[in-house]
Design a protein around this ligand. Sequence first.
Ligand SMILES: [Zn+2]
Length: 327
Amino acid sequence: MDFSTVGGELCTETAGGYGKSSVKLVAADRNRHKGKSRYWGSVLFYKHIILGTTVLLILIPLLGLGGMIYKYSRLMEDYQGLLHRTYSLYEAEAVENRRKISEAGRKISLEISGWNDRVGKIPFKVNTDDWNYILVNDWNPLPAAFKPQLDVLDDGHQVDYRIVDDLVKMLSDAKEEGMDLLVCSAYRSYERQADLFGSSIEELMDQGLTYIDAYYKTREQYAVVSYSEHHTGLAVDIVGKSHQMLDERQGRTKEAMWLAENCARYGFILRYPKGKKNVTGIEYESWHFRYVGKEAAEFIDENDLTFEEFLKTAEADQKNMAHPVPD
Ligand SMILES: [Zn+2]
């Protein structure tokens, strides 16, 4: 009995021990099954949610940034293309200008050589290298560094010191005869020309014109930089005080008429006469006077020449070319 009890106990013990282990194993197995079904809402689930959200929060801005960089690089490519096209346009324009200028020079040379035969010999010695015969026009630029020796007029304008006496005498004689004159422009340095030209283009572009349109509009008012006779210090723009506009009407003021009539006596010529654009390259300007010296000015006036024609005649004389006297 004891034995059986012991045995029984033992057996029970053994059985019990076995039984406990089995219960544990079954419970663990069951728990595994239960764990799967409890994933939603579990700590692990929330960990995954947080992890996923973090990854998304990092990825989305990265993708956005990548897109922006791509767009920016495309924009830069477009911009470079635009710059390139604009530059090509400027280049084309410069080439076109050079072509026009050389063509104008060629035409004018032809024109003058045809005309040349009609004029008599110049009755005084002309050295075309002398300071008062310097030629500046659309096909004869001055170097940027050119700087005449200047003197300042009472009104602050500067001119070559060698023309001051004649200029002042002309202005005072005109005044005595009732003319009210005003010098509105004289020496213009290379830098000043560049300033005026550039700011005129800028101003016109601000008004909505394209660069090309602004350029040509400016060209009507100013010579291209380096091609202005004002750079010589020998050119002055003079108007009547009563009408200070540089326009067609200026030529009809009594002051403009007096100057055209008398300027040669003081060594000046009307540099851009009416109807001579084919020779001078510039439209009629009743206000622009150029100092060439008294003899030359009077010869030019008497023979109704332009400065270009006068110089061509002088060159022909120097080479002893045929020079029939006009009718
Ligand atoms: Zn002028």
